[in-house]
Design a binder for this molecule. Structure first.
Ligand code: ADP
Ligand code: MG
Length: 467
């Protein structure tokens, strides 16, 4: 049941205000065919639009099934329009580049109906208005009467309780108008149809109630309805607007595709930003990782070592540069003897620049994390010049010791020649020819494990193991 109570509506254009409806009070039965008559500009369309929720009233109230719409939210209006109202306009409002079938189907996309059912129902609605043979035509291939039938089929596909038609025959010849009126009469058999028309004859002939509007007021009503006299109806089922996820997806995709250029540009611009950030991050972490990798590799092969004795290489180089300058500066023939003297001098100075480090104090310093050194290093190791004495019983050959064993580390093979670890007269030579093949393994093998493949045995886990 629809009831308008003292509905007013004005339109303001510039500083001119036009009152379109002036306190209209009227109620409609759930099932009747109402014709609204009135001169042009009397407010017929405005009233129809307010009843259908297409336009908002300024004051008064529209009561639907006994419920005021004053507090309606947008969603409530959507639900009302989509589920309970069907619209037919004088100008048909069909989508020109879509077929008749699609035009009708489209009205169902917001109702959460599956595509298959949409098609079935659209075909049925088109059959009902006598257009079964024309479903694949486009609107411009149809006559005016046929286009209005498509519009009626579209309005009916949701099976609305209320059909609103604004001058549906306004653009049609009288013969076609009669057909449309007959169709609307049929439709009005089980619902409320409110039709605006210019034609009093058609109204009289087909409608069972004629309402006259003049200057935004109801001036005549052939069959008034007083809802207070009727028994209040119990609450009706309300169908909410819903849309399946797939339909929503398809509609969004369609929308994106109709604006291909913009979509593409937006996507492109967006991805440039994202790719740019990603590239910079990747590069930064990549370079960081690379530098860290190089540092670790290098330091594990060439660690910084501090020995008990050491000499300052840079001063040594500086000294030898000084010496060669002297040699070239004054050397004018009799340099032979002088050169020898200088060589001896430079070697002498080299040994005099060798200093000894206080490793005990250094270890104390490091152990107490002096200078926060622990944060800047991967590992600190101490070595004590231990040369493991290793013997073997297999492959005993030259240089065998009594008892059939042979020392393999330090290797004694060269000692017979006067080299190696034995006491030789040339200790410098002995250092050069050191046959100690063993290096102390660092305490934390995680640093070196990735750099080696163990081809036999395992990583040592105790202090007396070797690999
Ligand atoms: P009808 O359908 O009976 O011809 P309308 O309801 O369309 O009359 O219009 C009623 C009055 O309101 C007219 O004077 C019209 O000029 C005015 N009107 C309608 N719609 C608008 C609008 N959107 N903006 C300004 N004035 C409007
Ligand atoms: Mg109008």
């Amino acid at each position: 049941m629809l009831q308008l109570t003292r509905i007013s509506k004005s339109y303001t254009t510039g500083d001119f205000t036009q009152k379109a409806l002036d306190g209209v009070s009227i109620a409609f039965r759930d099932n009747e065919f109402v014709a609204v008559l009135g001169p042009s500009g009397s407010g017929k369309t405005t009233m129809l639009n307010i009843v259908g929720g297409l336009d908002q009233y300024d004051s008064g109230d529209l009561v639907i099934d006994g419920v005021s719409t004053k507090e309606y939210a947008d969603r409530d209006w959507d639900t009302y329009r989509n589920n309970r109202i069907g619209f037919v306009f004088q100008s048909y409002n069909l989508i020109p580049h879509q077929t008749v079938l699609v035009n009708v189907e489209l009205a169902l996309t917001l109702s959460g109906v599956s595509p298959k059912e949409r098609r079935t129902r659209a075909m049925a609605a088109l059959d009902e208005v006598g257009l079964a043979d024309h479903i694949h035509k486009r609107p411009n291939q149809l006559s005016g009467g046929q286009m209005q039938r498509v519009a009626i089929a579209r309005a009916l596909i949701n099976d609305p309780e209320i059909l609103l038609a604004d001058e549906p025959t306004g653009a049609l010849d009288s013969a076609t108008s009669v057909q449309i009126m007959a169709l609307l009469t049929e439709i009005a058999e089980d619902r409320l149809v409110i039709m605006v028309t210019h034609n009093p004859d058609l109204a009289q002939q087909y409608a069972n109630r004629v309402v006259n509007l003049y200057d935004g007021e109801v001036v005549a009503d052939t069959n008034p309805f007083d809802p207070a006299a009727e028994v209040a109806e119990s609450g009706k089922r309300v169908r909410r607007t819903s849309m399946s996820f797939l339909t929503a997806l398809a509609l969004s995709f369609n929308n994106l595709m109709t604006k291909k250029g913009r979509t593409l540009m937006t996507a492109f611009a967006g991805s440039i930003g994202i790719m740019g950030i990603a590239a910079i991050l990747a590069l930064a972490t990549g370079v960081d990782d690379y530098v860290r990798g190089i540092e670790e590799d290098t330091l594990s092969v060439y660690p910084l070592t501090i020995q008990s004795q050491g000499f300052d290489t840079s001063t040594m180089l500086a000294m030898s540069a000084d010496l060669s300058e002297e040699a070239f500066g004054s050397g004018s023939g009799e340099g032979g003897e002088g050169g020898n003297v200088r060589e001896i001098q430079s070697i002498g100075r080299m040994f005099s620049s060798v200093g000894s480090n206080d490793l005990v104090a250094l270890k104390d310093f490091i152990d107490s994390d002096g200078g926060g050194i622990a944060d800047s290093v991967s590992m600190i190791e101490y070595t004590y010049n231990v040369t493991p004495q290793i013997f073997t019983t297999s492959g005993v050959g030259a240089g065998a010791l009594p008892g059939g064993v042979r020392q393999v580390n330090p290797d004694t093979s060269f000692s017979a020649l006067g080299f190696g670890s034995g006491m030789t007269s040339n200790s410098l030579m002995a250092a050069q020819m050191s046959t100690n093949q063993f290096n102390q393994l660092v305490g934390d093998t995680s640093l070196i494990e990735p750099q080696y493949d163990v081809v036999a045995g395992d990583w040592p886990s105790a202090h007396n193991e070797a690999v």
